[in-house]
Design a protein around this ligand. Structure first.
Ligand code: AMP
Ligand code: MN
Ligand code: MN
Ligand code: MN
Length: 276
């Protein structure tokens, strides 16, 4: 059985290694099929594709699209998209513009809380002039001693109810799925276990996603416990969705799961890659 890792990041969004280095590392860790899924971005795929063909591994062109559903942020992983598709590229470009204005608002919110210089500080961690993320603020806040590690920063400063949190509208769920399908890809609900919704809310979210044309649920993810693998496998079976797996790897020392170090999908889940 080939080893699949269908979710990871490079310096084209908030990862620490360039696309070719991510591909080389995936190869070293035994990955046969890798999807590079930078946040709201496709610009790393050309380099990744070239590196993958040199390394002899299969590269799936992907992205992780930011969406808003009932006021909460949801991530939709796109798999097997055509990077040249204008509908998807234009949609993502609009999201990236929103990221830039949000970054100013995050910095203002932090300044109000007494943390000054966060905008310039975050910018020093940005690795693509096209994309700024909360991760870049988090790295600066650790560097400047406001938190000890990345996990603490989000919990203390960058999540709802915390001083550096700002509301933001991303794409609609149906828009994200529509763009992905327009580009010939499959839409995967990323790490559903991370969303703060109750049991009824989760059922509603996944059902709306399915009804919008969603294809799969990311069942195996470092954001999930073993019990959640089973839980989301059941959701997938009941809703007629497929299952995916991804390490959501961001960089050495910043990720709890190594590239390719993924347990098998639970029995009874139709893999998102069936038919590839
Ligand atoms: P953004 O899309 O700019 O809102 O940033 C979201 C990114 O922040 C995610 O993709 C993760 O890389 C990172 N992130 C969010 N929550 C955490 C956390 N608790 N610990 C570490 N990284 C996180
Ligand atoms: Mn990220
Ligand atoms: Mn995500
Ligand atoms: Mn991710």
């Amino acid at each position: 059985m080939p080893r699949y890792d269908l979710h990871c990041h490079s310096t084209h969004s908030d990862g620490l290694l360039g696309p070719a280095a991510v591909v080389a590392r995936a190869r070293k860790h035994g990955v046969d099929v890798l999807a590079l899924t930078d946040h709201d971005e496709l610009s790393g795929l050309a380099e990744a594709r070239e590196a993958a063909s040199a390394e002899g591994i299969t590269l799936i062109c992907g992205s992780e699209v930011s969406a808003t559903w009932e006021g909460i942020t949801i991530h939709i992983v796109a798999l097997g998209i055509d990077p040249a598709n204008a509908t998807l590229a234009d949609g993502l470009a609009a999201i990236r513009v929103g990221r830039s204005t949000r970054a100013r608002r995050i910095a203002d919110a932090l300044a109000t809380a007494g943390i000054h210089g966060a905008y310039d500080g975050a910018m020093r961690y940005v690795t693509s002039e096209r994309l700024v993320s909360r991760t870049h603020f988090a790295r600066y806040l650790v560097e400047s001693g406001h938190a000890r590690e990345m996990k603490d920063v989000f919990a203390r400063y960058l999540t709802p109810g915390r001083p550096g949190h700002v509301e933001h509208e991303w794409a609609k769920l149906s828009e994200a799925v529509g763009w992905i399908h327009a580009a010939g890809g499959q839409a995967v609900m990323a790490h559903p276990g991370r969303y703060r919704v109750d049991t009824g809310g989760m059922r509603r979210l996944l059902t709306e996603f399915r009804d919008a044309g969603g294809d799969a649920i990311e069942v195996v993810s470092p954001s999930h416990t073993r019990a959640q693998y089973a839980e989301f496998a059941t959701h997938a079976r009941i809703l007629g969705l497929r299952g995916s797996c991804g390490s959501d790897w961001h960089g050495p020392g910043e990720s709890s799961m190594e590239l390719g170090a993924l347990p098998d999908l639970p029995m009874g889940v139709v893999p998102v890659w069936q038919g590839w």
